[in-house]
Write a protein that binds this ligand. Structure first.
Ligand SMILES: [Zn+2]
Length: 111
């Protein structure tokens, strides 16, 4: 016979599993911690700046110190070129267009 404590423990494990499954689903769709703007497309898709996170909306990899120089993490593109590409193709480069998704409503930058 399971004791009251054991029942309680089993219930909390089930709840934690459900939470974990929900987080996994969410993180596939979007990063729940994201609130920093992407330097390329301005959507709020990064959880931290300069940590090589890839933006799901434009596919720019957030490499530090690339305001003016070519980005090794982004096939030697400049941020300026990537921003122009995003305006034209909806991705940081034409070949990245296949990997991007539409922004979630909460990722859109404030007007
Ligand atoms: Zn972006």
């Amino acid at each position: 016979m399971p004791s009251g404590n054991q029942k309680h423990l089993e219930a909390s494990i089930r709840a934690a599993d459900a939470r974990c499954a929900r987080m996994t689903l969410l993180s596939l769709e979007s990063n729940p911690l994201a609130h920093e703007p992407c330097p390329c497309c301005d959507h709020l898709t990064l959880s931290e700046r300069d940590r090589y996170e890839t933006c799901p909306v434009c596919f720019w990899e957030d490499e530090p110190f690339v305001e003016r120089v070519r980005s090794g993490a982004n096939h030697n593109m400049t941020l300026k070129a990537a921003r122009a590409n995003f305006a034209r193709f909806g991705a940081c480069s034409k070949r990245c267009k296949a990997f991007v998704r539409d922004p979630m409503p909460w990722e859109c930058p404030p007007p």
